[in-house]
Structures are given as C-alpha cells and as structure tokens.
Write a protein that binds this ligand. Structure first.
Ligand code: ADP
Length: 186
C-alpha cells in the first residue's frame, strides 16, 4: 500500500520476484483493458482519468478471477488492492474460505511534496492519462480518505510492515526486503 507515486509498482515487482510469486496490479489490469478497449476498459476509463476509484464489485470480481489462476496457488503479491474497507473484508473472506490469510502488508511512506514531483516526472516519461496535476491531487485525496485508514486494520492484525519509501529504488527495496523477510513463511 502507498499513495500514488510512492513506488508501489516498482517495489511490488522486486518483492514478487524475491518470493517467486506473481505480482498482481489492479491498476495495470485496468490500463491493459483500457488500451485494448475491452468492455471493462470502456467501463472504467472515465473513472480512472478522473482519479476516482473503480467500484468495489467490479474490482473485487477481477481480483477473484485473477487469484483463481493456477500461478497464484503458491502465493501472490497484490499491488494496489485492497484500497477500501469493503475490499479488505472481501479479501479476508476470500482467503479464509480457502484456509489462507495475508502474510504481510507493506506500507510505503513518502512525503507528499516528493510524491507530486515523482508523478509529474512520470507523466513526462510514460504519459499515463491520470498523471496530470488535477487528477494527481484528486488521487491523493482519495488515497488519504479511503485507503490510508486501512493501515490501522492491518496494524491491528499484526501484518503491517512500515517501509520508508524515500531514497533510491535500491535503498527502499533493501529496507522492504528486510521488513518482509521477518514475516516470510518460506
Ligand atoms: P496509483 O497508486 O499511482 O494511483 P495504480 O496503478 O495503483 O496507481 O491505480 C491507478 C487507478 O486505477 C486508481 O487511481 C484507480 O482509479 C484504479 N484502481 C486501481 N486499483 C484499484 C482498487 N483496488 N480499487 C479501485 N480502483 C482501483
């Protein structure tokens, strides 16, 4: 978990390859569908461009389908999910039905000033439709209002790994590995 621009995607890829599990990014799934103009893509495009969250039922159905794929049987890493309390409960129940639970929840912290600069830089390089200044501001607000409070849930559950997301990609990665390895059951 982490605010827009905190480095979730980059660090998720590194963590997934360390543990040999697939990294599942709901944002990437939506972007792929938008690019190939599927029904789902057309349904979510305007929402994502406005910086709002895709409805829970739509997002949860996509995650459930993805987690049912055989490559998730030995574990998985979710990037950008859950983002609402409804999604938290959905995931807890989905996993419990299969006798599973989350091992660890990583929270990446970066100061807000640095976040906006990172996102504007990414906009220049990647041209993501939701990386313009107005949408970035809205995504920050939505994250602070809906997603940041979920950290308390995982703190209470004892699964939260707090990681300082400032500094180089490698520094953050090493801090995260050290934190998550303590929860590893592998
Ligand atoms: P960022 O964290 O920088 O916003 P993501 O790629 O994780 O980037 O998400 C991009 C957009 O995709 C979000 O702003 C939101 O509109 C949508 N999205 C991704 N994951 C979810 C989710 N779990 N619930 C609702 N909407 C989501």
């Amino acid at each position: 978990m982490g605010a827009p621009g905190a480095g979730k995607g980059t660090q998720a890829t590194a963590l997934a390859s360390r543990y040999g599990v697939p990294a599942i990014s709901t944002g990437d799934i939506f972007r792929t569908n938008i690019a190939s103009r599927t029904e789902l893509g057309l349904q979510v495009q305007a929402i994502i461009e406005a910086g709002e969250y895709v409805p829970d039922d739509v997002t949860e159905a996509i995650v459930a389908d993805r987690l049912a794929e055989p490559d998730c049987a030995g574990g998985f890493l979710l990037d950008g999910f859950p983002r609402t309390m409804h999604q938290v409960h959905f995931l807890d129940e989905y996993l419990a039905a299969d006798g599973k639970e989350l091992d660890a929840v990583v929270s990446l912290h970066v100061n807000p000033e640095a976040l906006v600069n990172r996102l504007l830089e990414r906009a220049r390089i990647e041209g993501r439709v939701d990386d313009n200044e107005d949408t970035i501001r809205r995504r920050m607000e939505v994250y602070a209002g809906q997603t940041a409070p979920l950290l308390f849930h995982y703190e209470r559950a004892g699964t939260l790994v707090d990681v300082d997301g400032s500094g180089s990609v490698e520094d953050v990665r090493d801090r995260m590995f050290a934190g998550v390895d303590r929860y590893s059951k592998v």
